[in-house]
Design a protein around this ligand. Sequence first.
Ligand SMILES: Cc1ncc(COP(=O)(O)O)c(C=O)c1O
Length: 388
Amino acid sequence: MAEPAQHISNPDPAADRPVHGGIKPTELRALGLRPEDVLDFSASVSPIGQPSGVWEAMRNVDLSAYPDPQCLELREALSRSLTHPELRPHGVPLDRILVGNGSTEIIHLLARAYLSNPLDGAANSVFLLTPTYGEYQGACRLAGAAVSCCDVQEGSAFRWDMEDAAQRIRQEQPSLVFVCNPNNPTGVFLQREEVEALADASARVGGLLVVDEAYLSFVDEPWDSVSLVDRGNVVLLRSMTKDYALTGLRLGYSLASEEITRRLASFQPDWSVNGLAQAAGVAALADTAYLPRARQAVEQAKGYLTEQLGKQGFTVYPSAANFLPVRVGDATSWRDNLARKGIFVRDCTSFGLPEYIRIGIRSLADCQRLVEAVESLSHSPAQGPLAD
Ligand SMILES: Cc1ncc(COP(=O)(O)O)c(C=O)c1O
């Protein structure tokens, strides 16, 4: 069902911040838990720790020097890592790559660059394919934009009607369209033609399509999306935070035309990507065996969780990413009861899915602890019944 665009004339940033996974020290203290005693399944990052060489590279960083504001070495390493023998024998041109303090910084740069100062009278509105990552809406509202959502629910296996979405883009003429592929929290992975339909519709109305590929590295045999950048109105977002478990450092990048990249860079504060993160990123990319290993670990743990939670009567949705959406009934109560046991999962209520939790994939041993905790709660009177 189409939701009308909402215009937020006086956004209150404090009241309207997006909800995220991750563990907050205030909650741990309230629960009487120590950080070393808990397992965090609420954020979805690589389950195999950091690539070899990352710690050594960080030890060699001169902390008394400013980092390179242009992240030259890291962009060179990214360019090389995106080389394709036929499609991109020379990698991606450096002036198409922008590094950010996490891909989240680039989401905010996009909102500020393309929504706060509409050029040539362009409509100051944004179109989101939802349910999805809350930061798009948060950033766009801060920029004062009207937000329009194309929402899907469980009945269609969380797959959007792309013809309807494209038609609405042509009608509503948003400056920006955000789609997350694979999508957080549903795990739905769109094929090239589906993303191209959104890019075509956006191009027709002079808008940009932002494809957030934060979880792409965990997809088994994905299609090559980098060539979409040649269209001139597509921005790809990638997260090295997630790829290489660099969550505490913050690292992400965008791939876009030279013009878009220049515009985004002009809104970015100098030195926003610190020297440790840049060095870690270069070292991570040098470990070319890492991502295949991470994917294998994710596949194994996903298979295990799907089977074990399925046996306990839960509906586990197939997901192309390194997390699983699980239908539990009362998600908030499951999340809170698991947290008391030191196991943190993501309650999907803030995504508009109050019957779902999202489980970020961790090691097999950690997943076994999760399954045991869920099983013991299933037999506890404190926990409500499963959803039908
Ligand atoms: C879809 C999506 N994009 C981006 C991010 C943030 O990634 P980063 O750590 O690179 O800012 C997240 C984090 O949960 C996410 O789910």
